[in-house]
Design a protein around this ligand. Structure first.
Ligand code: ADE
Length: 232
C-alpha cells in the first residue's frame, strides 16, 4: 500500500463501519447502487468506504462499483465473523491469506466445492503485502491469525454447516458472508485485496445470541486496526 493510495473499504453493516466513517476528514457521501459510499481522508490516504449490506452479491456489487468509479489501489473488507478453527475465541482477529466461497456447490457436475470457473480455482489468494501490513497494525496483546476465510450466503450456526465447511476447507479459520465475494471481484479486476475480521461468535448453536452481544465491539476493533494502518 503506497503512501498516498486510494483505499476501498467494504463493510456489510453499520456497526462494522461506524468508527472508521466518523474518523474520515473532508468526508462526502455518494449514493451508489450498492449502498452509501463515504469518501474522505485518513492520514495520507483517500478512503472510499461502502456500506453494502449482508451477503456475497451485495458485497460483489459494492466492490465492482468502487473499482469502476474510484480505481482504488487496494480493497479491504472489514467486519465480524464466526470462528471455525479449533481454539478460536470471540475477540480474536483473523486476516486473510486466501478466501473461498464455501456455499458455491457444483459438486454434482464433478467440480470441487467453492470452485470459481472464471478464476479456475476455489482458493482466491489475498494480497500478502497488504495482509502483512494489516497484521502489523494489530495492537499488542490481541490474538491474531492469518489464514483461510470462508464466505457463504448463510449465517453459520449449525453443525451440518460446520461439517460442510471443514469437510472442504479443513484450514478455514472463520466464516462470514462477504469476504470471498470481495476477493472474487478483486481477483477478476486484478486489484489487491485483504479481509480483516474480528470474531463475534464461534459459529455454533450459541452464535445467534453471541452475535448480537459482540458484533458491534468486533466491528469497532477492526476499524481501530484499519485506522492505525491508514494513519501510519
Ligand atoms: N458473521 C459473524 N458471525 C457469523 C457467522 N456465524 N456466520 C456467518 N457470518 C457471520
Amino acid at each position: 500500500m503506497d503512501r498516498f493510495s486510494t483505499v476501498g473499504i467494504v463493510a456489510a453493516m453499520e456497526v462494522e463501519l461506524e468508527l472508521l466513517r466518523s474518523s474520515l476528514e473532508e468526508v462526502r457521501t455518494i449514493s451508489l447502487a450498492s449502498g452509501t459510499c463515504y469518501m474522505g481522508r485518513i492520514g495520507n490516504h483517500t478512503v472510499a468506504a461502502v456500506l453494502c449490506g449482508i451477503g456475497k452479491v451485495s458485497a460483489a456489487l459494492a466492490v465492482q462499483e468502487l473499482i469502476d468509479r474510484f480505481q482504488p489501489d487496494c480493497v479491504i473488507n472489514t467486519g465480524c465473523a464466526g470462528g471455525i478453527a479449533e481454539g478460536i475465541k470471540i475477540g480474536d482477529i483473523v486476516i486473510s491469506d486466501q478466501v473461498s466461497e464455501w456455499d458455491l456447490d457444483s459438486t454434482a457436475l464433478g467440480l470441487p466445492r467453492g470452485y470459481v470457473c472464471s478464476l479456475n480455482t476455489a482458493d482466491i489468494p489475498a494480497d500478502k503485502a497488504l495482509s502483512d501490513r494489516i497484521a502489523a497494525a494489530v495492537p499488542e496483546g490481541m490474538t491474531v491469525r492469518t489464514g483461510r476465510i470462508v464466505s457463504g450466503d448463510q449465517f453459520v450456526s449449525r453443525q451440518e454447516q460446520r461439517d460442510i465447511i471443514l469437510g472442504t476447507f479443513p484450514d478455514a479459520l472463520c466464516a462470514e458472508m462477504e469476504g470471498a465475494a470481495v476477493g472474487h471481484v478483486c481477483a477478476q479486476n486484478r486489484v489487491p485485496f485483504s479481509i480483516i475480521r474480528c470474531m463475534s461468535d464461534t459459529a455454533d448453536h450459541q452464535s445467534n445470541v453471541d452475535f448480537y452481544d459482540f458484533a458491534a465491539g468486533a466491528g469497532r476493533t477492526c476499524n481501530r486496526i484499519l485506522m492505525k494502518l491508514l494513519s501510519d
